[in-house]
Design a protein. Structure first.
Lengths: 478, 275
């Protein structure tokens, strides 16, 4: 019996050893499995941005917008929704010498966050008086702003309320450094805005089951067709997602990078991952988009159909003229005088557009024309008093119907002492649809126009008979 | 404390825990009423089919005063508003379109005169629409309504929902002395989901003197004659027929807002009756 004891101890030891080996083997098994099916390493999935202090943002995280008042941000130990502190922003008034609006991003000073597990950025906020923030969101990082998401025109009240910025597609957000962004001007009429303060607390990413029913939008949900030319690049705009938050729709503006774009006819136009459309050849191409991949893919409402008429047809090249023989308002051929603008958007004017770039050429494009003027009354006096004629090239972008007209008016020395004269271009030669027509009109034809020593406005007037025109090469000459 | 005591205490604590668990389980246990299926519509038709005319009638138009609730829709029997989706569901679609003087169309069907039931388990598996002003419902009316009128005939609302509160449904009964705003009503709220993002089963178990309301096998309300206002009649001991509809606007939900998305659909996977 005395020998039994050591034996039993030995047995125990061997049993323990056996279990130990089994344990190690089974652990090794697990480790091997993980190596074989290596999971993707993820950045921090931490949710909190600010509770009573900033969480994991590092030291250098506050970046105001270039034109904003820089020092508007502080941590306020006297105001909080929960705990004892909040983020405070002091929006300046209109006359603040340091800048008349507040706007900044908070960017993690270091590696970003993995936000795939969340569907909203949420926070509590109140303001010193009822106020509207022009933008609030996240994803802006001044490093490309690839995955921006923000709401516009968000109303704050004087009471703490919870706000939600839905995440357009969390699966894209593998490393986000821009975790908060805001822009706000003062309250009141333009130029007289008064400042206010607002506070943000409990700023964090969350997964809320009450947020559902995403509806992606491109081109603001509209199906739009635009005429264009080969060589033109243009962006798909109005990209956002409608998200239903506990019964009510919230729209979050969303960077194009959240979307998958496609062209119905890549021979006519291609579209890249930033929603930039490149027009290649004549024909039609519908640019549409979706969000998500695989079974989560969801078509966006809205599209942009590009109708390319082929190569852009330039206006005739103006003749070589000595500098003293020309006063050029708008032309690539001559040195132009300074101009205020090419569309003053005057009261009662429906006209849209102005100077645009088409496939590397600058022309003026007017749409919805009733009347519009090239304005020079704030610029140095335009002295064309030594000139004898005015030239203009017009390309009508629609059918020309009987009764259509296009009046051309010059106003000199705008104001009480002004003189002006008007001609109807169609009495010189007919306008032609989709073709450039050149007009060379003696200034003496502008009955009532005196000396042209201070040309202030040059009007195009159709009263809506012609809506869409291109204009090029406006110059006085002799 | 010696070892024996320790072990005893341990066993005692375990036993208490076990007893507590059993207790909880018992209070949540559903009554087994031994029901068997007596009728169902599984909506297993071909895409675009109308609902089976052997089971369902249409109610068409605007009713009187918007079906008594100032509802805004015009109910039609067009397949635009109601059809089988080919995936085993009935679709009721509320559309914003000018139609016969109204700005919305939708559909409302009943089993009146075709399938009427007295007692049993009445259930449907439904995914609701959402948004301000949408009012989907799965409900029952007393089969004698054309004779005695409403609310004398009785109404049992197995599920109704305000689109602006997509996580909350209501179950209600209406009768003489307890109708409209005075209906006897209970609500059930999901905290981890919404009724418009996935299917849920809505049911009542109904006997001579009780109506139990369920969401996904969870009993949330039990109504008996004791719950009625003093002196009013329990009118739920006769035959009732089923209704399915999606209303737009009306007293219960208010009008849709400019932000309300249309069209909106209610999907019904099945309606089943057990007795």
């Amino acid at each position: 019996m005395k020998v039994a004891k050591p034996n039993s101890i030995t047995m125990k030891k061997s049993t323990i050893n056996l279990f130990g080996i089994l344990l190690i083997v089974s652990l090794l098994g697990c480790m091997r499995e993980e190596f074989e099916d290596l999971p993707r390493a993820r950045f921090s999935t931490a949710a909190d941005i600010f509770t009573d202090d900033f969480v994991g943002l590092g030291s250098d995280f506050y970046f105001p917008y270039q034109t904003a008042k820089p020092n508007v941000f502080s941590v306020d130990d006297n105001e909080s929704y929960k705990g004892n502190a909040s983020i405070r922003i002091d929006v300046p008034d209109a006359n603040d010498p340091a800048g008349n609006f507040a706007g900044a991003i908070f960017r993690i000073d270091g590696a970003g966050r993995d936000l795939q597990d969340y569907n909203v950025l949420s926070f509590y906020a109140r303001a010193s008086q009822a106020a509207t923030l022009s933008e609030i969101g996240f994803g802006q990082d001044f490093l490309g702003d690839t995955y921006r998401a923000y709401r516009t025109q968000v109303n704050f009240t004087t009471n703490w309320q919870k706000y939600i910025i839905p995440i357009p597609d969390p699966s894209k957000l593998l490393e986000v450094r821009g975790v908060f962004q805001f822009a706000a001007g003062g309250i009141g009429p333009e130029g007289e805005e008064v400042g206010f303060s607002f506070w943000i607390d409990e700023l964090k990413f969350e997964n809320l089951p009450s947020v559902a029913q995403p509806l992606p939008l491109v081109n603001n949900g509209e199906d739009q067709s635009i005429n264009s030319f080969n060589g033109v690049t243009l962006p798909v705009t109005g990209t956002g997602v409608l998200m239903n938050v506990d019964g009510f729709d919230v729209r979050v503006e969303s960077s194009p990078s959240y979307f998958n774009f496609k062209s119905s006819n890549p021979n006519v136009a291609t579209v890249n991952e930033l929603g930039q459309v490149s027009v290649l050849s004549s024909g039609n191409a519908r640019i549409s988009a979706s969000i998500g991949v695989g079974e989560n893919e969801m078509d966006a409402v809205g599209s942009l159909t590009v109708v390319s008429e082929g190569p852009f047809l330039s206006a005739p090249t103006p003749p070589d003229l000595d500098a003293e023989d020309v006063v050029s308002i708008f032309s690539d051929a001559y040195q132009n005088v300074p101009v205020d603008n090419f569309n003053g958007f005057f009261q009662f004017a429906t006209t849209q557009g102005g100077a645009i770039d088409i496939a590397g050429e600058t022309i003026i494009s007017y749409t919805d024309l009733n009347f519009v003027s090239v304005n020079m009354f704030n610029s140095p006096d335009v002295d064309a008093s030594q000139m004898t004629h005015i030239h203009v090239d017009i390309n009508v972008r629609e059918n020309v119907d009987p009764g259509d007209f296009l009046r051309f008016q010059i106003i000199n020395n705008n104001g009480p002492g002004e003189t002006s004269g008007t001609v109807d271009l169609t009495t010189y030669q007919p306008l032609v649809s989709q073709e450039w027509v050149s007009y060379d009109i003696p200034l003496s034809d502008f009955a009532g126009l005196g000396a042209t020593n201070d040309v202030d406005l040059i009007f195009f007037i159709s009263d809506g008979t012609i809506s869409d025109i291109f204009v090029d090469n406006i110059y006085f000459y002799r | 404390m010696n070892n024996t005591n320790r072990i005893f205490t341990y066993i005692l604590i375990l036993s208490f825990g076990f007893l507590l668990m059993i207790g909880c389980m018992e209070t949540n246990e559903l009554p087994d009423r031994g029901y068997t299926l007596v009728w169902s519509d599984e909506f297993d038709g071909t895409t675009g089919d109308p609902p089976n005319p052997e089971f369902w009638n249409y109610e068409i138009g605007t009713g009187t005063n918007g079906w008594g609730n100032n509802e805004l829709q015009y109910y039609t029997n067009r397949t635009e508003n109601i059809h089988i989706d080919g995936k085993g569901n009935l679709v009721i679609k509320a559309i914003n379109e000018p139609f016969a003087g109204r700005n919305f169309t939708s559909a409302r069907i009943t089993t009146q005169g075709l399938k009427e039931f007295r007692f049993g388990r009445i259930e449907a598996r439904i995914k609701t629409p959402f948004g301000q002003g949408l009012w989907p419902a799965f409900w029952m009316l007393g089969a004698n309504i054309d004779g005695v009128g409403w609310p004398q005939a009785g109404e049992m609302d197995i599920m109704e929902l305000r689109g602006q509160q997509p996580s909350t449904i209501l179950g209600s009964i209406h009768g003489p002395g307890y109708s409209a705003g005075d209906a006897i009503s209970g609500s059930f709220q999901l905290f981890d989901s919404r009724f418009d993002t996935e299917f849920h089963v809505f049911a009542i178990e109904w006997g001579a003197d009780f109506i139990d309301f369920f969401v996904d096998e969870r009993l949330y309300q039990r109504l008996t004659p004791d719950d009625l206002p003093a002196g009013s009649d329990w009118v739920f001991d006769r035959h009732f027929f089923l209704l399915l509809n999606v209303a737009v606007g009306g007293n219960f939900v208010g009008s849709p807002s400019p932000d309300t998305r249309f069209p909106q659909t209610m999907l019904i996977d099945y309606v089943r009756v057990y007795q």
